[in-house]
Design a protein around this ligand. Structure first.
Ligand SMILES: Nc1ncnc2c1ncn2[C@@H]1O[C@H](COP(=O)(O)OP(=O)(O)OP(=O)(O)O)[C@@H](O)[C@H]1O
Ligand SMILES: [Mg+2]
Length: 381
């Protein structure tokens, strides 16, 4: 949390009673300094550029030449990188949506405690992100069919449920498993719709598929042969931009160690290597771990996850740990009925059956990778 008296606030509000309410609440504390209340939306971006507030608060119902929603968009696209708290009324409910420039929502009437708390959290979030706190996780295996897509999707949804703005990338560019899993129409944009030379944040926002489960997905191209049009540099640039928009990024990575796959793996913080109790999978996993070591990935970048951990097929846990050279960090149990049915319906099982053992296992992975024990961010909707 920021230290006391550290939050400098600029407010865009044209209803005198509401600005008075905010002034009254703030007069009773010393952590937030109110710089200015502007009732003209067209002046806010210039004023923010001049005053450099830590947070801007915008009334969604702001009237005039530049109305609330337009102002939120202008602030987002201004390049100022100042978090925005949107003020609304119960009749106009709104959800927090950092990718659209809405870092938090305050619904009237709110208390001074809620106001100061929300501003503090928004600022702390932004500072954490500026410090590179976004976690990028590649779900990888050198063997097909071990559960990468299933785990990547459910893991990303869990992270979203924990209140962490999360993006999921379908890095399996040739087959685009996620498009099929989620039944996304083939005309929905993909990573291919990003300009190859200079990708901007605004380009990214336009191509992300907003999944009903609360995460944003960057899809793979709709046709197999199109995958060739994406190169490792595009991948690197895309991830570095997404890092600025999200706090967690999960990548469903293909099995082949191509230049593009290595682009994903190089750019991530954690390679979550999915293993099953199957001798060829274990063999290939060890071989690829040697490659990672030889190209200089630090050992802590690699984490092992045993999928279908209760189907050991005669291979002992200790034997697997010995082969891998260490104890796997995570385990996910098998649940054929639930997982296959959820996948066929395009539903994350962590949402449809949150209490199932398989869902609890995935949630544990999400919490550990994000370094949280429970919900990390208080509800700010
Ligand atoms: N923990 C689990 N319990 C039961 N079934 C599972 C589990 N994990 C994955 N599966 C099933 O295994 C199959 C393969 O999963 P998935 O498609 O996620 O693997 P993949 O590694 O992405 O495959 P590919 O290499 O083809 O991309 C699917 O039918 C899925 O429903
Ligand atoms: Mg897959």
């Amino acid at each position: 949390m920021p230290s006391p008296t550290s939050i400098r606030l600029l407010v865009a509000e044209d209803v005198p009673q509401v600005s008075q309410h905010v002034r009254n609440l703030l007069s009773m504390q010393s952590q937030v300094k109110l710089l200015e209340v502007l009732n003209d939306g067209s002046k806010v971006v210039d004023s923010a550029r001049q005053l450099r507030p830590d947070v801007v608060m915008v009334d969604l119902l702001l009237q005039g030449k530049v109305k609330g929603p337009q102002l939120i968009e202008k602030l987002r696209d201004s390049g100022l990188d100042i978090p925005v708290v949107v003020l609304t009324v119960p009749q106009h409910p709104l959800s927090r949506d950092p990718a659209r420039g809405i870092d938090a929502v305050l619904t009237l009437p709110f208390s001074g405690f809620e106001l100061v708390n929300t501003l503090g959290h928004v600022l702390a979030d932004r500072q954490a992100r500026a410090a590179g706190a976004c976690r990028v996780i590649s779900v990888f295996s050198p063997k097909g069919g071990v559960g990468k897509t299933t785990i990547a999707f459910n893991l990303a949804v869990c992270m979203g449920q924990l209140g962490v703005p999360t993006a999921l990338i379908d890095g399996s560019l040739q087959y685009g498993d996620l498009r099929a899993l989620l039944k996304v129409p083939s005309d929905v944009p993909s990573i291919l719709d990003l300009p190859t030379d200079r990708v901007q944040e605004s380009d990214l926002r336009e191509v992300m598929w907003r999944d009903p489960a609360g995460i944003d997905i960057l899809l793979a191209p709709p046709r197999v042969e199109m995958a060739e049009m994406v190169n490792a540099r595009d991948v690197e640039k895309t991830i570095s931009l997404l890092r600025r928009l999200y706090q967690a990024i999960v990548i469903d990575t293909p099995t082949t160690l191509s230049e593009v796959t290595l682009g994903f793996l190089d750019a991530c913080d954690i390679v979550l290597s999915v293993v099953t109790y199957d001798s060829t999978t274990i063999h290939n996993t060890i071989a690829v771990a040697e490659v990672f070591n030889s190209i200089g990935y630090p050992p802590e970048k690699l984490h092992y996850l045993i999928n279908r951990a209760d189907s050991s097929g005669g291979i002992g846990k200790e034997e697997l740990a010995r082969s891998l050279g260490r104890r796997p960090e995570f385990e996910i149990v098998s649940d054929g009925r639930l997982v296959v049915q959820a996948n066929n319906e395009g539903m994350p099982f962590v949402v449809s059956s949150p209490d199932a053992a398989v869902s609890r296992d995935v949630r544990r992975v999400a919490q550990t990778l994000l370094g949280v024990s429970q919900a990390p961010v208080p509800a700010r909707h």
